[in-house]
Design a protein around this ligand. Structure first.
Ligand SMILES: O=C(O)[C@@H](CO)OP(=O)(O)O
Ligand SMILES: [Mg+2]
Length: 436
């Protein structure tokens, strides 16, 4: 038996950043190394995502995860104890076969991911490697461009704006540390803009973005642009805007119902509206401008805006290679959001990253709105060279756990630290960041 043979699984129910239960699991190896992972959970989930196992009933309003914990203690432990934690692909294939469903709903994607990820981290610990080195498997580490939530709406903010996230992307920064410092300045300055307009900036949303009730989506874009300027940074050139429209959330009976706009729009009209935002504001990246199954609409908006803007599929691709390949073949989007819990297995998420990279699609590794204090997401971004990472705001500990881990990795790498920079945004190598 190798030192890296899985010896025991110790799962339990813990809380995520919304106060909902989630699965945590410690994986212990024969040689004594161990690692613990607590899995995140989304609110604006796509219907094609892998399925979390929840208990139903009264406990935590039905959101308990005792059944998922039991999956780990029972069937999963029986399968994986005795397997080698360094064989991620073999381990994940065995977990998928054991579950037997396409969406991992029998054992629970939350249960399965906790074991898949914690095994990998335990293997890294056993081999004495930082996780980003182990995930990178020999490739050079790359510090990602951060996308940081400043203003929130949609499902994360009690219906302020239709756009779910308005984020700052410091495309002109030269290092990860400078990128984060610039965004911190933008957040503070945006807070001042809001305060002067009479808003209470203590109202924050699930990911820590300002959750104030602005009158329109356009106001949100104006406020963020003003915040960038007030921070002394050039909008578009030094700090651009990314938006997550999360359009699946307001698709209603075949139309898009934008409550903040007071309008119902069809695909063509919503495409026009997004194009208008891109023309009037320094928007560099748009996630989920249209809903998860609006493939024709996605092709249309990609033809129209994809030459100069990043169009990111989140609910569209749900971190699955089959949906991403369909997008690549049909010309839908030019970037993919990667959330490990959307597919439930670490090696499946890695295949999505590699498929995207091979096709010239940009990759944005992303946290969930319900997060945990873990920092492995930072190591995954660096090891897998995703080029971009989206974690939420700078002001809540479940988010700073990831940002601070990236600061430490950059520091640890010293002169060898490579920062992704503006070139990591799609269209790769050709993004118009407003520079002359
Ligand atoms: O839509 C998203 O991109 C994420 C993160 O902002 O939200 P959720 O985890 O609720 O899906
Ligand atoms: Mg999204």
């Amino acid at each position: 038996m190798a030192e890296t043979t899985i010896d025991a699984l110790l799962p339990c129910e813990v809380l995520d950043s919304r106060g909902n239960p989630t699965v945590a699991c410690e994986v212990r190896l024969r040689g004594g190394a161990s690692a613990t992972v607590s899995v995140p959970s989304g609110a604006s989930t796509g219907s094609h995502e892998a399925v979390e196992l929840r208990d139903g009933g009264d406990r935590y309003a039905g959101r308990g995860v005792r059944r998922a914990v039991a999956s780990v203690e029972g069937e999963i432990a029986e399968l994986v104890v005795g397997l080698d934690a360094t064989d991620q692909i073999g381990l994940d294939a065995a977990l998928r076969t054991l579950d037997g469903t396409d969406d991992l709903g029998r054992l629970g994607a939350n249960a399965v991911l906790s074991v898949s990820l914690a095994s990998s981290l335990a293997a890294a610990a056993s081999l004495g490697q930082p996780p980003y080195r182990w995930f990178g498997a020999g490739s050079d580490p790359l510090l990602p461009m951060p996308m940081v939530n400043i203003l929130s709406g949609g499902a994360h903010a009690g219906g302020a704006l239709d756009i779910q996230d308005l984020l700052a992307v410091p495309v002109g920064a030269d290092s990860f540390a400078q990128a984060l410092e610039w965004v911190a300045r933008v957040r503070r300055a945006t807070g001042e803009v809001l305060t002067e307009a009479g808003h209470d900036i203590r109202l924050v949303a699930d990911e820590g973005g300002f959750g104030v009730p602005l009158p329109s989506n356009t106001t949100g874009l104006e406020v963020l642009t003003a915040g960038i300027e007030r921070a002394g940074l050039r909008p578009g050139d030094q700090v651009g805007i990314a938006i997550d429209v999360a359009a699946t959330e307001f698709l209603d009976g075949g139309d898009y119902h934008l409550a903040a706009e007071g309008r119902r729009l069809d695909t063509g009209e919503l495409t026009d509206l997004v194009a208008d935002w891109c023309a009037r504001f320094p928007v560099l990246s748009v996630e989920d401008p249209l809903a998860e199954d609006d493939w024709d609409g996605w092709r249309g908006i990609t033809q129209r805006l994809g030459g100069g803007h990043q169009l990111v599929g989140d609910d569209l691709f749900v971190t699955t290679a089959t949906r991403l390949r369909r997008g690549i073949e049909s010309g839908a989007g030019n970037a993919v959001l990667v959330k490990p819990n959307q597919c439930g297995l670490l090696s499946d998420a890695h295949i999505v990253v590699r498929t995207a990279q091979a096709a010239g699609y940009a990759t944005v590794l992303s946290a969930r709105s319900g997060e945990t204090e873990d920092s492995w997401l930072a190591d995954l971004a660096v090891g897998w060279r995703t080029g971009q990472i989206k974690v939420g705001s700078l002001t809540r500990s479940e988010r700073t756990a990831k940002w601070n881990r990236l600061l430490r990795i950059e520091r640890e790498l010293g002169a060898a630290a490579e920062f992704a920079g503006a070139a990591s945004l799609a269209p790769l190598g050709g993004t118009d960041t407003g520079r002359d």
